[in-house]
Design a protein around this ligand. Sequence first.
Ligand SMILES: Nc1nc2c(c(=O)[nH]1)N[C@H]1C(S)=C(S)[C@@H](COP(=O)(O)O)O[C@H]1N2
Ligand SMILES: [Mo]
Length: 196
Amino acid sequence: MVTRGFFGKKDKNDRVPPGQYLENRFPVLSAEPTPKINLEDWNLSIIYNNETLAEINWDTLKSLPSSLITKDIHCVTRWTKFDMNWKGVKISTLFENLKVKPPTDWTMIGSFTGYTTNVPLVDLIMEHTIISYSYEDEPISAEHGGPIRLIVPHLYFWKSAKWFDKITFLDKDTPGFWENYGYHMYGDPWKEQRYS
Ligand SMILES: Nc1nc2c(c(=O)[nH]1)N[C@H]1C(S)=C(S)[C@@H](COP(=O)(O)O)O[C@H]1N2
Ligand SMILES: [Mo]
């Protein structure tokens, strides 16, 4: 029997998770005003127990091997956008280069603005999870989280912190900004994990 998808290409509808609609534009969703961050001043800190395990600046980040990912992105406000192209450095590559040995299984992702969101270590070091500085071959615009944002493409987009500048290791899973307002602790779009 020849089934749909037999020839390997996923049907368009199979790429839209339950409760989502296909969007062509790229909406902006921010809880806070857009900050102005110069790349030269940007710095990412990796923290555990109030101790900075490692830091990286833009010059070093851009010297690390980069990855290009093409992913469908799903926002909890129900838009899904196909084939978004992001360039950046895998978090696993970052940890290797900075010689960071993850001390726990849980992290809190932080932004320059104070925005936070929790991401389990296993998800943070997946192949497609990157610290990104380029969208569709251009620098990321400030409103979309530029100069640098996190991209965790397999979870709802609120996990992809804009103006990303902090990874804090935690001993247990702890809610971040939206999770404190009732968003799901994990946020898998295919399981419709919108709210807890
Ligand atoms: N710092 C920060 N990061 C954030 C947000 C935010 O309000 N502040 N919103 C999240 C949510 S809910 C979504 S859907 C996406 C939106 O990214 P965009 O504005 O580039 O579409 O960013 C996520 N990252
Ligand atoms: Mo969102």
